[in-house]
Design a protein around this ligand. Sequence first.
Ligand code: IMP
Length: 173
Amino acid sequence: MEKIRVLFNEKELSKREDELAKELYKVYGDEPVIFVITLKGATLFACDLMKKYPGDARLEFIRVSSYSGDSSTGIVNLKLPLNEDRIKGQNVVIIEDIVDTGNTLKYLREYVNSLGAKSVRECTLLDKKARRTVEIEPTYSGFVIDDLFVIGYGLDYDEKYRNLPYIGVVEKD
Ligand code: IMP
């Protein structure tokens, strides 16, 4: 039987999201901002963050994939593109679940820029800084974590565990 060790519980996630929402609002104030949510991993984080954001936030979805099981292939595939008309001239915040090698974030930043966004920032819940192979830093990150494979709160291992309300690590015995 696998055991799950909790890394961040619901209270800790919620507290950090309050802070991130405030930081973002300080940047945009009453200007509209498009939250581009990366499916599927960032959905739970993005929902909770958006509910805490007091400004004019709009919503678009994108889906890319680079992971197979618990390892990154390094090649980013665009599975669900954005609608250019919704991005052109807009302030965009890309909402990510986790930054690992940085390949996905780099791809997303370049892609959103190529659609003519007015500004692009990124907000990731988790950042595995030590694993970076590409030179890129998200504008905002919830927590920097060690090189661990984490699950829960949107993050999966082969589609499992996304519905856990906390971030955890699977401990195999
Ligand atoms: P990167 O392109 O290597 O930075 O990988 C980013 C993507 O890999 C994330 O958006 C996740 O979908 C996935 N990923 C990276 N690390 C983990 C993890 O620890 N658990 C679950 N998914 C992960």
